[in-house]
Write a protein that binds this ligand. Structure first.
Ligand code: C2O
Ligand code: CU
Length: 461
């Protein structure tokens, strides 16, 4: 975006704007990374059962302070590990004072469990969410979809990682067990006493980066390969990640699971809602090296450093990244074409899709089950410099092209969220394969969704 466009844009709307000098309260790399242990399910005949109570909790995020968060079971960044073919049932008990609606981002979920805003769980109530897990292995995540409060609920802590594994992926020689680590990345703004500051449009003042709920932590690793699953749970902060002075690592998976083949790279984009998985070989760096993972997306402020990897010991390493990972399914020929223009309306402050804000009582599109469609996603905000994304619920899609050019190899897998820079377009191919009913599609910049950037689709036979 040009400087003039940035200057003309309303405060708090342009990702990448330069304002705010608030400094993070903590010094970097003084807190160890917290690697969450998977929650323990109650194993019942045919499925795994969990109870997730959404409630406020007082936890320490910044050293020496207490932060009141909105949590699942009292903790930040919990982890659920699920297996293809074995359903998970979650009883969500809402002890918050606001409604909540749980959504499994990337899940092929029956409508009544998809977190549609009409299925909100009111304070004091509970509801069962059922996830069939009949889809390929991928890193998914659980978050609120209540609509009125979801941006704040997610900001205050209601995001969990949901790893879905399967036999295909398990037989590959990729790093496993303690060498397969989930990293939830996000930003926040704290008061000096540790309180979280909330403002729907205040994203450019959120200078503290949290990884699994810890401010810019350090992580002691062995000199061997690690699989790192990166999940961006921020309301709207993009990450353009670089390791050390631009060390090479291997991109292996994205939203919908493994890429067709590994992609060696030195920089990785991670937009809100997205997941990217990489393998880093710390044996190349050797014991004693300290490598900072940094965000090189152009921001001013303290947000550049994300975390540090300290290589502290030798270790044997039977793992390997195979030359071929997982073929992407052929979705057939598209029988339907649609166009979605995402744009900001300066008069009303709303964010619109094809000129209209979200209306729960209006169905915008009616895709047919099993029929492939091509969607052209147009970012109509060239003059404001606002990036937008498209995230349809249910099945993952393929990126066909960006501004008419084939996608980069790192985008050649199955995606469920695609970000389109201001004034550009992307075309995707999507096919809904399992469930019928009412579902959402929307931008994953959470203030944009809250200001209307969501549509409703009814999938029919
Ligand atoms: Cu993470 Cu409706 O989305
Ligand atoms: Cu948007």
């Amino acid at each position: 975006a040009t400087a003039a466009a940035l200057a003309a844009a309303p405060a708090g709307l342009v990702v990448g704007s330069r304002s705010g000098t608030a400094r993070a309260a903590e010094s970097p790399f003084t807190t160890p990374l917290k690697v969450p242990a998977p929650l323990r399910p109650v194993r019942l005949a045919g499925h795994d059962f969990y109870r997730l109570t959404t409630r406020e909790a007082d936890v320490t995020l910044l050293p020496g302070t207490t932060t009141r968060i909105r949590s699942f079971n009292g903790a930040m960044s919990p982890l659920i590990v699920a297996r293809r073919g074995r359903p998970v049932v979650i009883e969500q008990v809402n002890r918050l004072s606001v409604p909540f609606s749980m959504h499994l981002h990337g899940g092929h979920t029956p409508q009544r469990s998809d977190g549609h805003p009409m299925n909100q769980v009111k304070p004091g109530e509970s509801r069962l969410f059922r996830y069939p897990n009949e889809q390929r292995a991928a890193t998914l995540w659980l978050h609120d979809h209540s609509h009125e409060d979801h941006a704040e609920n997610i900001y205050r802590g209601l995001a969990a990682t949901y790893l879905l594994t399967d036999d295909f992926e398990e037989q590959l020689p990729l790093p496993k067990g303690r060498y397969d680590v989930t990293l939830q990345l996000r930003d926040a703004k704290f008061q000096g006493d540790g309180r979280l500051d909330w403002d729907l449009h205040g994203f450019d003042e959120r200078h503290t980066i949290l990884v699994n709920g810890r401010p810019r932590p350090y992580f002691e690793v062995a000199a061997r390969k690690y699989r790192l699953r990166l999940v961006n749970t921020a309301n709207e902060r993009p990450f353009l990640l670089q390791l050390g002075d631009g060390e090479e690592f291997t991109h292996i998976a994205t939203d919908g699971g493994l890429l067709p083949e590994p992609v060696p790279t030195r920089v990785l984009q991670l937009w809100p809602g997205e997941r990217q998985e990489i393998v880093v070989d710390f044996s190349r760096h050797g014991v004693g090296r300290k490598l900072v993972l940094s965000n090189t997306y152009p921001y001013e402020g303290e947000s550049g450093e994300v975390m540090r990897f300290d290589v502290v010991r030798e270790a044997s390493d039977p793992s390997r990244v195979p030359g071929k990972l997982r073929p992407v399914p052929d979705l057939g020929t598209s029988a339907v074409e649609r166009e979605f223009t995402m744009s900001f309306d300066a008069k009303t402050g709303q964010h619109l899709i094809n000129g209209r804000p979200f209306d729960m009582h209006r169905v915008d599109i009616r895709p047919r089950l099993g029929v492939a469609e091509t969607w052209k996603i147009v970012n109509g905000d060239g003059e404001y410099g606002i990036p937008h994304s498209m995230h349809p619920h249910l099945d993952a899609f393929k990126v066909l092209d960006r501004n008419g050019k084939p996608p980069a190899p790192g985008e050649a897998g199955l995606k469920d969220t695609v970000t389109v820079p201001a004034g550009e377009y992307a075309r995707i191919q999507v096919r809904f394969t399992e469930h019928t009913g009412l579902y959402m599609y929307h931008c994953h910049m959470l203030s944009h969704v809250q200001m209307g950037m969501m549509g409703q689709m009814e999938i029919t036979r």
